[in-house]
Design a protein around this ligand. Structure first.
Ligand code: ASP
Length: 333
């Protein structure tokens, strides 16, 4: 009898301890995107779709490995984006789209929600992983944004790997440029969304409660030499603040800049008291739609809530959290 009581007490104690541990377990969240646009099943072969899903899963794994070991949101975002930049299937790093002159000009940014430090690069042509250069600008320079030759010089000074034209080239993106040119400049002016999807981004909340956001892109096919989109503009395509949320955007950059999309979502939370999804809907599904800007965002808030919100037929995306199994998706559900 006494022994039975002891066992019962021990089981209850163990149960209570187990529950306390479960409740105290630090949580993390990670959301990624690989661009939004007219992505419908007829646009992708089953093989290509499988490869893209595999890349998205690898990116989630890279970021999750950092987060589940107690690593920083900044490191998770960097790791996930690097995987997508290295894949030829996305419009960032290898596989970046071409300008009207047949060159690659890439933009990228990263932001630390804890310190509000940020780093960005624009119009870089031969940097293998623009996200690493953006991070170096944040951590090793006095500045927030470097562009063009100055950014490349900074890459050399800081041991950031460069790559030649052949590394970035893909037949697919070259074909897109030829077809955009055949249609005339309307492909860019009317923003034919077939020609631009594939920007990549990641947002994370780590087990310490810190947020980070990053974005990397080749911009838009057939864009003018020197054109800079929303991705490297802090507050437009990329923003993170521990007080509210972290956001990475993808879509028609000119609209995203004018709507200061990423910061507006965080501001609606911080000053307007909206929850994450209401804030994302207000900007992406209402304001951008009214303005005529297509695209979407991924976001995570200070409590680890995640959002994937887009006003286009599809967005390459994935998410995982300490309480959320990994999943990737492409089309509207
Ligand atoms: N937002 C990017 C830009 O305008 C393009 C994209 O996300 O597809 O440069």
């Amino acid at each position: 009898m006494q022994f039975k009581n002891f066992v019962t007490a021990a089981i209850m104690l163990l149960g209570a301890t187990g529950m306390a541990q479960a409740d105290d377990t630090p949580t993390y969240s990670l959301v990624i995107h690989g661009g939004a646009g007219t992505i419908t099943p007829d646009k992708l072969t089953p093989e290509l779709e499988a490869e893209i899903r595999a890349d998205l899963n690898h990116a989630l794994e890279a970021g999750q490995t950092v987060l589940k070991n107690g690593g920083a949101a900044l490191d998770a975002v960097t790791a996930a984006i690097q995987v997508l930049e290295n894949s030829p299937h996305f419009n960032a790093g290898r596989g970046a789209v071409f300008t009207a002159e047949g060159k690659n000009e890439m933009d990228s940014a990263i932001m630390d929600g804890k310190t509000l430090n940020a780093g960005a690069v624009a119009s870089v042509t031969h940097v293998k992983n623009p996200i690493l250069l953006a991070r170096a600008v944040m951590e090793k320079s006095q500045h927030v944004m470097l562009q063009g030759p100055g950014a490349e010089q900074f890459a050399d000074e800081n041991g950031i790997e460069r790559a030649d034209d052949a590394y970035f080239f893909t037949d697919y993106r070259w074909g897109q440029l030829q077809s955009a040119k055949a249609k005339g400049s309307s492909a860019v002016l009317d923003h034919d969304i077939e020609y631009k999807y594939g920007t990549v981004g990641a947002v994370a909340r780590d087990t310490h409660g810190n947020l980070a956001a990053g974005t990397s892109t080749g911009g838009m096919t057939n864009k003018a030499h020197g054109r800079i989109g929303d991705s490297p503009i802090i507050g437009a395509g990329t923003y993170a603040n521990n007080a509210s949320c972290a956001v990475s955007a993808t879509g028609h950059g000119e609209f995203f800049i004018r709507a200061t999309v990423a910061h507006s979502i965080c501001a609606l939370m911080e000053y307007g008291g909206l929850d994450l999804q209401a804030a994302a809907d207000r900007i992406v599904m209402q304001q951008l739609v009214e303005m005529g800007g297509d695209g979407g965002i991924i976001a995570v808030d200070k409590n680890g809530n995640m959002s994937q919100t887009f006003n286009t037929p599809g967005m390459f995306r994935g998410k995982v959290g300490s309480d959320t199994p990994a999943s990737v998706a492409i089309y509207k559900e």
